[in-house]
Write a protein that binds this ligand. Sequence first.
Ligand SMILES: Cc1cc2nc3c(=O)[nH]c(=O)nc-3n(C[C@H](O)[C@H](O)[C@H](O)COP(=O)(O)OP(=O)(O)OC[C@H]3O[C@@H](n4cnc5c(N)ncnc54)[C@H](O)[C@@H]3O)c2cc1C
Length: 468
Amino acid sequence: MPPLKRPDASIPVVLPPRRALHAARTDVLVVGGGPAGLGAALGAAWAGAKVILVERYGFLGGNATAALVMPLMSFHTQRAAITRGTTRLLPNDHGPGEPIIAGALLRFLERLVRNGGAIPPSLDTGFVVPFDPEIFKWTAIEMLDEAGVEFLFHAFASGVRGDGQVEGVVFETKSGPIVIEAGVTVDCTGDADVAAQAGCSFEVGREPDGLVQPMTLMFRVADFRHSPFYEYVRTHGDQWRGVHGLWELVQKATQAGELNLFREDILFFDTMHSNEVAVNSVRVMRVLGTDVWDLSYAEYQGRRQVRQIIAFLRKHVPGFEESYVMQTGSQIGVRETRRIAGEYRLTADDLLKARKFEDGIARGSYPLDIHNPAGKGTELKHLPPGEWYDIPLRALLPQHVERLLVAGRSISGTHEAHSSYRIMPICMATGHAAGVAAALAVRSGRAIRDVPASQVQAELRRQGASVG
Ligand SMILES: Cc1cc2nc3c(=O)[nH]c(=O)nc-3n(C[C@H](O)[C@H](O)[C@H](O)COP(=O)(O)OP(=O)(O)OC[C@H]3O[C@@H](n4cnc5c(N)ncnc54)[C@H](O)[C@@H]3O)c2cc1C
């Protein structure tokens, strides 16, 4: 049975007024517990604020855990080139790049590694960070717990209180609707859900047609054997490039009617466990992650593609004969939805020219990486070697709405710029900065836009971040 269809006509249903329970009041409310939310909660708590983090699922990590998005992409300057014949990204002759993000990300990674949940970035990992999603979940709880952050799980932000400013957020829960009031709210939902409810303007998709990057249901494949795969790659040198390839096999299987994918290749990454890979080859296009009908259709299509892909791998690809799908994401991975209209809108030009800003509060070096919203292919554009771009505080500040900051993948920028700053390390860095800015605003009793960026930068530096 296919998923429920979108209704033909939009017929509003009037609901009776309802009451909500006043659950708490806090200095800083962080909505969403993904990479940005973790950074925000840690940054605000380390700056001395009372912090509550609210998450719709029963665990933290966002895409990293809920959607099994792996690995954490490189946060080093781009000197890495894709080398043929391995399942890793390896740096080329220029040597390794420099890390450009520290602060909350680094402290989190150090703890994750210490807990046995990640391999530190190195030449050997191609400077990405393979991690274990279950250890990620408990490491996140451990760190927020130590920082004194209070949590509420299973609570979905559905509305805001306040006019022109966010005084509090309404959450739907099993206990009925509740309200949490806050001095400043940091929207880390990835979809700018709180900002949209507060009336902030936003953009969606690329300029000509509003299409967003495709969704991907990620899955972990166990009992993969490296040796036969490497042997195949060695003897078919033009059929594998770093982390993707198998063009000929995909083409044959497509012609035989065994595969019907919106990709011309298979993309997968080594995980931190030997004999396991994370497959990133599903592609569901023309769907939006803020639309319940699209999401249902995407989950339905995504799972059908997973079934095809694993059958293909087992039948045709050496090393996968005995492999099996050990886990799919709890939800399909959503790359792109709303991008707020902020006080500054980052552009591809800013990124590719490695622009620096006086109010720079986070850095990025990852290339522009656009999975074709309308068909096959992926477009990659690199920054100049050894360079990074700044993200200004203004890109986190929504226009016309007070007491609200937005961090993570829904900050203000174009579709092209978003394709770079959407990766998890950069999202954690913008989260970290938003948390610090929120804490300083509450502590000083000022509006966020009146807090000097230099003070946010100074506190970020005190917390170990690389800024300015
Ligand atoms: C298929 C795919 C592959 C990717 N590959 C990589 C990769 O290899 N490496 C990399 O670094 N990045 C990758 N990315 C990008 C990266 O995963 C995301 O852009 C990043 O996780 C965004 O972080 P975030 O914190 O802004 O949002 P999310 O990670 O989406 O976190 C948002 C959190 O908010 C919660 N939430 C959402 N709405 C509400 C609400 N209304 N109320 C309460 N809670 C809510 C969610 O449950 C979630 O926990 C990939 C993305 C996708 C989809």
